[in-house]
Structure formats: structure tokens, C-alpha cells
Design a protein. Sequence first.
Length: 522
Amino acid sequence: MNFPYKVTRLCAAISTALLISCNAEDPDTSAADSATITGIAIDGYIAYGTVYVDADNDNRLSVTDSRALTDQDGYFSYNPTTGENYCADNASALEKRYCLRAYRHMENVTLRIVGGYDTQTGEAFGGSMSTRIASTSESVGHTTITPLSSLLAGISQDDQPAILVALGLTESDLSIDYLSSTDYSSQIFTKALQLHKSVVLLNELFKDHYEDSETSPADLSPYIYTEIAKQLQSSQHFTISETLLSNIDDAIRESLKNDDKLPAMFDTAHQDAQQTITRTDQIQTMISQLLDGTNQTVGVAAARAVEVAVQKILNKEPEASINSAIPDNITAGTLPQSELASYLTKLSDETVDLQVLVESSAPEVDVEHAAPDSSEASQLNTLNGYRIAFDYAEDTADGKIVFLFDGESHIPEGDVYGCIKYTDTADTQYDTQGTLMTGHWSAMPGNNYAVLLDVKLGSEAIQQQLVMKSIGIDGGTSNHQFRFEFAGKYGVWESEDGVTSVADSNQIPQDSTACSAYFNHQ
């Protein structure tokens, strides 16, 4: 996708500074020629993910594919908890970005979700999930995109009942919000989590193998889900093995057979493959032990423990560090119930920053230190009327970024305005004395110290979603520390003043010229 040269350069500079990437807005699909698709994405609930209609089923988000963002609760087109109809005629431009419309009269299409954040762990959503839609001749009612729907997305309708039997599930289980307080099901959650975390680990393995392929999608999850489904259909059992890896490799190679740069056949006996088999089996066992018979609160806490272990594996941490996150007494089921309950109770605190545990050599010990200190961290659930300013300096570049929050007080969401100033003495073409970002912010559900940001850069079609967390005070500088997370990348920024009030709403810039003036008066 090609952006205007100047904007692409500016985005590259800001990506370096703020560690974000650039995404285009969705293509316009007029209401008269389209059908509305409504639904929710659940791994945990996926906020600010991109849901798109993969019309040609090539597992790629193409410029012509209809798309929408999921909202802060994981819904698109309509949120039943808030009553927001994002596709209504009077919906604002911001709200319409959560509205998914597809061209009418499309048959047997695939709906996919990529990117975004799992609101129950606070971490970036990895891989992708899918579901199949029979027709878009009419508007499509509530659609649930989950690991279970992803398992069946590449399988014929006739073959699906056998797969559900193998999982011990029914067709009605596919539409259940198994994480909700009313319909929570530890059985379905266990199956779904085992599936998707296995797919995430296998996706990383094969992505590394096919990284130089010219035509390979960045995400290979659909191929992996389909081969797991075939295994369940034939053997009624889901297990990671050399045979499964070989079948996945065959499926990927078949889809890329016209690629002149395909690597050699995947070596299932290679050390990396064997380690992935072992670690994936451990993760599946860990999930079974932690989630069995849990209630909603404990189930979410268990998912956080699993996420720490998975992130350590993906980061290729040393064996001792990974083993500390998958202790034998948990996977073997020998950890005393009192100790297990204490561990999960600590993890049920939604303010726990999992990246602290991912970086820890003994996360099960350090979990009580991973929640922000309320005496140091800033609550971010009522930001309207406040600002947070950051200075940036690295090598020959320096800059400033300020976020200003506007809206009704005591409401956990509202408008956000950002101003960016950036200079680089080694490459002045990146320079800007003031560029405006506009967008929306909302509190991370259940976490007073984290917010979701959905921002647009300048007047161009560049959109980015990220998470900002308040994590405490730097003991050496007394600066306020904030962790930014975006698409699986992390960076800690410091603010001298932290969260401070905006004395006058007229101080909030409305364009890039006003941003330049804003910085000149600071």
C-alpha cells in the first residue's frame, strides 16, 4: 500500500520515536450496496483488532477487502452492552470505523481478525482467527469469531460434526460467549485456549521457516487450524506431533507452489521443531491444569499465567526462564491447592503488568510485584481534561509528543488529541514542528492503569491502535513511566510531569498549525 511520500516518511520517523506502525483506513463500502456484519471476537475479548472480509480467501488483508475495527469490548457493528449501533446513519466518523459492511451477494466468505489487544491479559493478540459466512445477501446477525470457529473455517459443513464430537462440544457452543459472567464455561475456554496458543506457537515456527518467501502471508494460522481440524476428524484426538507438522508444511507449500523462493521441506526432526512440540504439549497441559473447573475470575487469571509462559517461549528465553513460567508442579497437577489458589488470586488483579512477569526469571514468585504501586502509578480511567507529555531523544534525533484528553469528566472514554514534534540533524526530511494526531481513548476494561488509544495521524489515512499503561516512577529521575504496546512491540517512555490537568480546553490544538504553536509556548 503506497502512501504519499511525505506522509510515509513522517510515519517512519514517528514509528521510530513512538514505536508504532502505519495502517491505512478501511475502504469505503456504501450502505446501499452492502450488508452489515455484526459480531464479537473472543480469545479474550479482542479490542481494536481489524476484522476483514477475506473475499478471495487468500489470508491477506487486501486494499479492497471490507474491514472494521473491534471496539473496546471486542464488538463490531453493534455493541449490545452499550447499545451502540456503529452502522447507524447518524453514527459519527469515529463510530463508523467499528462498522463492518461487505458487498452484497457474496457466498461462502471468510471473516478474519488480526491485530488488536486481548483485554483480559492486556497483551497484543497474536495470530489470527476466522469464521465462515454462508452469504452476505442480507445483513449478517451476531457472529462469534473464536478459536473454535477458526478450527471449522477451513472445513466443509459435512465434516464439522465429527470435529465437534472429538472436542466434546456441540454446534450451539460455537456461539456462546464462554468468557462472560453469565455464560462462562471452563470447558469451552480450555479447548479454545489450548487451540489458539498451540496455533500461535506453531505459527511462529513456520513463519521463521518461510520468512523469505515472496508470497507467504505474515500469518499462517489458517493453515494450522485446518490441519488440526483434519487431525481431529481422522483420529478424534488433538496432539502436536511430527506428522501434524509435516501435514502443515505440505498445506503451506501447496498454497505457495508458484513461489520461486520456497525453502527446502520443513525438517520435523530439527531441534526447533522438537522444542516446539515439547513446549506446546506443556502449554496444553498447563491450560488443562489451571482452567479445569474454574469460575470466570480464576479462569482469566489462569489465562494470564499461560500468556506469560507463551510469551517467554516466543521470545526464545533461556530454558530456565521458560521452565520457571511452566513449573512442573503445575503441569503435573501436584502444586498444593492452597498455593495454586494464592498464585491465581494474585494474577486475578487486572492491573498486573504481564510484561514484568515475562521479563522476570521467576514470574510465579514475582507476580505480587507486577501490579503498579498505587502510590506511584497514575490512574488512567478518567483522563478527560488532562494531558501527558513526553520528550524523546536518541542519537541525532529528538522530539516531543503530548496527548491531550477531552470529553465529559468521570467518563472512562473520550477524544484524544496528540501533537508531535520531531527533528533529526542527520536526516532533516523527517522533521516536523507540529503534526496533529486525533482519535479516541477508552479505559482498558477492569484496569484503572491502562488505556486503549485509537489515533489518526494528521489529515492522511494513517491509523494506529496502541495501549498505554502507567507503570510507576523511575527511582533515578523521578519521572513517570508509561509502557506503550503495539502489535506485539513494547517501549517504555518517561514523562517529567505525568498526568497533569489542562487548564483551558482552548489549549487543545485542532490542527497541525496549532500543534506548532502549542510547542512554541511550552
